[in-house]
Design a protein around this ligand. Sequence first.
Ligand code: ASP
Length: 422
Amino acid sequence: MKSIWQWYTGMSFMVKMTGGFLIGILLGVVLGDYSSFLAPLGSLFLNLLKMIVIPLVVFSLMVAVNHSNPKELGRIGLKIFPFYLLSTGVAVVIGILLAKITNPGAGFSLPTEVVMDTPARPSFIDTLLGMVPSNIFSAFANGDILAVVFVSVVFGLAILFMRHSTDKKQQEMGEFLFKLLEAGNEVVSKVLSGILVYAPIGVLGITANTFGTQGFDTAIALGKFIGTSYLGVLVLVGVAFPIMMKLFGIKVIQFYKDIKEAAFTSFVTSSSIGTLPVTIKCAEKAGIGERVAKLTLPIGATINMNGTAIRFGVAVIFAAEIMGMTLSTPELATIVIIGTMAAVGTAGVPGAGLIGMSIVFTQAGLPIEIVALTAGINILVDMIFTFGNVVGDLVGAKIVDQSEKHKDAPVDAEESLVLNEA
Ligand code: ASP
């Protein structure tokens, strides 16, 4: 028994994850619908990841803020948000262009029996206001990551100001709280390491259940839609991101090697937020500065959805073909904007992209019944879109980090002066 444990823990994480994935596919194919008895193994893994996400975001953000200063926070924000918008816009365009070539909607007709509710479109102002929770505890309990980010930054800043205060008592209390945060950070990281030991078994459960219970007939009928989605993410990750990274002098292959564990975890969990603990771990491996990683990645996991944006591009052309419509260039340009906004509003959880798709269709005047056509194969495409989302988060963090390199000094005398005056 002891030697099995030693063998298991001694193996590299990636080998174990790939093993879990491959055995999962095999079991899924062999057992078919019966494989659903393995689903709890996957749910346990997802629950464990979700369990650690909030403490991880809270402690790591508060510590990161305390290793930083308000000027730097503002600067990082001003860099990462334009990246998110630009890369998401580019992703919608890639989806549209590829779908124009592959014609995924050819041969389909509008489903008549399905009735779907039109989802309400969250307004931009509501999204912004939603970041400021009226009740901290309900924000935490609901796992509302953007609100948790906001609270952590505000409280982290308060502690930072206390530590740099001229008042001795405030300074002492600030230092005490900072020590507590650092200790909390250590605890979270220990728990996370334990969860990752279990990860390959969880992956086996998820994969067996996905491959065993999915109807392959629908997958074949929607083959072009699925193929275009995978191709789109491949172009994004294999062409668009490398170009962006090269512009900043980043070694692309090495970077991808460093982040492979997060990329893989995102693929099997279909959840950017669930993957976040692994994403943050990989960022460290990829040499992304702690402050940039911990400040940007929780936000990225919530609002930066590059893969999902590809779905919107492909889906709009898919729907237009079914309806026999040809969209003009200005109409397509509007869809790029709508798609970008809808991607920002899409939550980093499994299946959220389907809701986003309904929003895009409603805005673009396309029948949302077509969304239902793709629902059956959603699990298969969700995996690759989430992969695109998480890789995008890490690419953004790496680019911002690269541009911060020459400024990577700790809070210096001049800046602490700014803090004291504030
Ligand atoms: N599942 C995706 C994610 O968590 C979101 C989506 O459904 O597109 O990143």
